[in-house]
Design a protein around this ligand. Structure first.
Ligand code: DX5
Ligand code: ZN
Length: 216
């Protein structure tokens, strides 16, 4: 069953609670984009915001860390109420250690790869993660164009999952909208992150349905 994860990066931050309430009944996760101005050229939110939205919704908080030194901040995001914490392969030389650290905090670990990062680079830890996030844009900003060459990595991850009976979900993030969602799902994506395609529309339910309908 396809899952939808709205990215609050494109929401109106002056009324974040209302924005989450506006989408939550039609979706599966709330995707939270954490950027530090170092790993990516943008600064967004930290554990305080995660803590403040935690009581707003029952949905799992899917926290995407686009930060250097993720190991330094995992405990704070876990304490703030993250259900899934995903770290970039490119952000740490100690990927295996960070994934164990996330698990030890009682949170589901995910791993993320940028468009130029091959699946081979995360093969040794694929059995340890609950989520593999394939970036379909270069991380940093909402509203960018989908990069088609990432589709083959989604396919590769689906094949590896079947071959080795791995349990991870395959998530895609960036440029996902009705025009691009079907190609992702056909390739093997199980969770679609969408920011601008949902929050830039006044009728969020229609926007979410447009993505779901595009798959059928
Ligand atoms: C990009 C973020 C995405 C972003 C997606 O760096 O990780 O989650 O919000 O935005 P859209 O759906 O507008 O491409
Ligand atoms: Zn994201």
């Amino acid at each position: 069953m396809l899952k939808i994860a709205p990215s609050i990066l494109s929401a109106d931050f002056s009324k974040l609670g209302d924005e989450i309430k506006d989408v939550e009944k039609d979706v599966d996760y709330i995707h939270v984009d954490v950027m530090d101005g170092h790993f990516v050229p943008n600064i967004t939110i930290g554990p305080l915001i995660v803590e403040s939205i935690r009581p707003i919704t029952q949905l799992p908080l899917d926290v995407h860390l686009m930060i250097e030194n993720p190991e330094q901040y995992v405990p704070a995001f876990a304490k703030a109420g993250a259900d899934i914490i995903s770290v970039h392969q490119e952000a740490t030389p100690h990927l295996h250690r960070v994934i164990q650290q996330i698990k030890n905090e009682g949170v589901k670990p995910g791993v993320v790869i940028n468009p130029a990062t091959p699946v081979e680079s995360i093969m040794p830890i694929l059995g340890d993660v609950d989520l593999v996030l394939v970036m379909t844009v270069n991380p940093g900003f909402g509203g960018q164009s989908f990069i088609e060459s990432t589709l083959s990595k989604i396919k590769q991850l689906k094949e590896l999952k079947q071959q080795y009976n791995y349990h991870y979900e395959i998530e895609v993030d960036g440029g996902v909208k009705p025009e691009t969602a079907k190609a992702c799902v056909d390739a093997g994506a199980e969770v679609l992150v969408a920011g601008s395609a949902i929050f830039n529309h006044s009728n969020r339910q229609e926007a979410i349905n447009a993505i779901k309908d595009s798959i059928d």
